[in-house]
Design a binder for this molecule. Structure first.
Ligand SMILES: C[S@@+](CC[C@H](N)C(=O)[O-])C[C@H]1O[C@@H](n2cnc3c(N)ncnc32)[C@H](O)[C@@H]1O
Length: 210
């Protein structure tokens, strides 16, 4: 998919009342419920989190009360504007308009959530570079929740790759802790959600010499 086609597609969706039917679809709401269940498996605690690709803020609204600090990023200014309007009651959110492939900060997040976003990247090489960038921003012992439609569906939509390809790339540097298949009867509603953990520096050190 060309960069132009990709931006037009996102612009069209983000002009809709309910972009990607994220609020109205029972499949999407079930997907969010599973993502929340997975991130709660961490045992809660004070979280500094990054949400990548907020669309109109449907998941932002669920994530915000679980964090002490939340950075919300989207490549489209329309998405950030819509999500920001929806989340005015929270003052602990930092809004960033930027592609995740270019985003950089010295902050280390306890939690990164990146769902239904990475298949918009140009090719597998860009996905791999972006994954390295996100892993760098994840604190040791931190959790990353990844979600995506499967490879076959993403390729049918015109993207380079989807869930299976990206999960293999994440597994090069993170440990997979939990995986779930979320699907419905519809051919477009079949995704994988995975919880990854970044190895803790201390657990690496404690293994030295054993
Ligand atoms: C299908 S929506 C997914 C929304 C939400 N994450 C979810 O799981 O329902 C994809 C969102 O990712 C954003 N997006 C696409 N490419 C991106 C990129 N390179 N960096 C950051 N956000 C991106 C789009 O603008 C859109 O808001």
């Amino acid at each position: 998919m060309t960069l132009d086609a990709y931006h037009q597609l996102l612009e069209r969706e983000l002009a809709a009342d309910d972009p990607w039917s994220l609020d109205g679809s029972s499949f999407e709401q079930a997907r969010y419920a599973e993502m929340l269940r997975m991130l709660r498996c961490n045992g809660g605690g004070a979280l500094s989190a990054l949400e990548v690709g907020c669309a109109a803020g449907a998941f932002t609204e669920m994530l915000a009360p679980l964090c002490v600090r939340l950075t919300v990023l989207d490549v489209m200014p329309q998405a950030i504007e819509r999500a920001r309007l929806r989340a005015t009651k929270w003052s602990h959110i930092t809004w960033v308009t930027c592609g995740i492939q270019r985003f950089s900060t010295d902050e280390q997040f306890d939690l990164i959530v990146v769902a239904e976003v990475l298949y918009y990247l140009k090719d597998v090489a860009e996905m791999q570079a972006t994954i390295r960038n996100m892993v760098r921003m994840l604190a040791p012992g931190g959790t990353l929740i990844f979600g995506s439609a499967r490879d076959q569906i993403c390729q049918r939509w015109g993207h380079a790759a989807g869930a299976e390809t990206v999960i293999a790339l994440f597994n090069e540097s993170l440990s997979e802790v939990d995986r779930l298949n979320c699907h419905s009867g519809s051919a477009n509603e079949d995704c994988l959600i995975v919880r990854f953990r970044k190895p803790d520096d201390s657990s690496e050190q404690s293994n030295v010499g054993h």
